[in-house]
Design a protein around this ligand. Structure first.
Ligand code: NAD
Ligand code: DAU
Length: 350
């Protein structure tokens, strides 16, 4: 692989992945980042890397649903591999407005696959980044394996499931060299503060209510984004073509325990003795419709076949993440206020 097209590289995981690829992974080729810069995508996440990497990094503002734009990049940049992160990614938004999820996650993936098929002679790999949510919800016991039947429950997970099936079909039917990874909940720096962990960190720091859905008994399997990035690269390098790999942290936590841990860590790291413990801010609110009870990944396949294992523990990763959000208040203000979107319009047009 000499010229990797990363889609959605200005988002949370995509920007962490590009930083990892260009600085730590040992990869010596070029990266082209195609991103539409929705509310969740910010080129500033990679400003420093863009400066350091010089000719090895290029950014293109564009939509994965636009075949002409995608084709032009394949041609101009001599793309020989794809790592596809671009998506609408927030379950709550998919409940309120599913249309954008079908458009980007299904139509966008289809468009990329079609262009990859046109350039089949050059394309060595199409890696598709997906989610454990395609498997639906677990009861109190059991794990998702690569053999678990798909049972997506939200418009988000249904759109990701559709995209997974398209990727699989392009391998089966056209012989496109693909790999797929299905990962559990990520946390870490640069996550848009609509997802549980950054939302709770910022609200706790600012003394705002901490909205816990339902009774807070849902379980998520947390993985630090750096561990996810290493796993994706391991799959791209050594994964068997046509295969799926589950990625998870062996780190199940009940939501209310995650939120109370965040409260306690923020109390310690940003003391506010006059106001009392942050746990006072926890507020149980109406549950998310169709809320999946529990996700838990069996990641033995990637461990045994590719030798990948998570390195970060939840407690130290969470502490580091809290520190990052406390140290990057300007970034937070810009993404929350929409200032980035004005900056994007100024620099890149509508
Ligand atoms: P994110 O919402 O932070 O970033 C998504 C990026 O995609 C943004 O930069 C956005 O501008 C871009 N984008 C959206 N629509 C686009 C389009 N039509 N064309 C080009 N770019 C577009 O998402 P994330 O949390 O970084 O997730 C990245 C991928 O990883 C997604 O495919 C998601 O399904 C998957 N995933 C996420 C998690 C998680 O916990 N966040 C876990 C498992 C899998
Ligand atoms: O499992 C992987 C998935 O994890 C990814 O595919 C998705 O892109 C990612 O958004 C994430 O989905 P979740 O729905 O699990 O993440 P979220 O951070 O939205 O919610 C985590 C849990 O916390 C979930 O049980 C809902 C709950 N929650 C969430 C929010 C935002 C709350 O209780 N209160 C909140 O305010």
């Amino acid at each position: 692989m000499q010229a990797i097209l990363v889609t959605g590289g200005c988002g949370f995981i995509g920007s962490n992945f590009i930083r990892y690829l260009l600085t730590e992974s040992g990869y010596e080729g070029r990266v082209v980042n195609l991103d539409k810069l929705t509310y969740a995508g910010n080129p500033e996440n990679l400003e420093e890397i863009a400066r350091q990497a010089g000719q090895r990094y290029r950014f293109a503002k564009g939509d994965i649903c636009d075949p002409a734009a995608v084709r032009a990049i394949f041609q101009r940049e001599r793309i020989d591999a794809v790592c596809h992160f671009a998506a609408e990614s927030h379950v709550d938004r998919s409940i309120v407005g599913p249309g954008a999820f079908i458009e980007t996650n299904v139509q966008g993936t289809f468009t990329l696959l079609e262009v990859a098929r046109e350039f089949a002679a050059d394309v060595k790999l199409f890696h598709h980044v997906s989610t454990d949510e395609v498997y639906g919800s677990l009861g109190p016991v059991g794990y998702f394996t690569e053999e678990t039947a798909y049972r997506p429950n939200s418009p988000y997970s249904a759109s990701k499931a559709a995209s997974d099936h398209l990727v699989r079909a392009y391998h089966h039917t056209y012989g496109l060299p693909v790999t797929v990874s299905n990962c559990s909940n990520n946390y870490g720096p640069y996550q848009f503060p609509e997802k549980l962990i950054p939302l709770m960190i910022l609200n706790a720091a600012e003394g705002k209510p901490l909205p816990v859905y339902g009774e807070g008994r849902n379980v998520r399997d947390w993985l630090h984004v750096a561990d996810h990035c290493r796993a994706v690269w391991a799959v791209m390098q050594r994964g068997r073509r046509g295969q799926t790999y589950n990625i998870g942290g062996r780190c199940e936590r009940v939501n209310i325990d995650t939120v109370t841990l965040i409260c306690d860590l923020v109390d310690e790291m940003l003391p506010d003795p006059g106001a009392g413990p942050r746990r006072r801010l926890i507020t149980f609110v109406k549950d998310r419709p169709g809320h999946d009870l529990r996700y838990a990944i069996d990641c033995r396949k990637i461990e045994t076949e590719l030798g990948w294992q998570p390195r970060e523990t939840f407690e130290s990763g969470l502490r580091q993440t809290i520190q990052w959000y406390l140290d990057h208040r300007e970034w937070v203000e810009r993404v929350r206020s929409g200032e980035y979107q004005r900056w994007v319009k100024l620099h890149y047009g509508a």
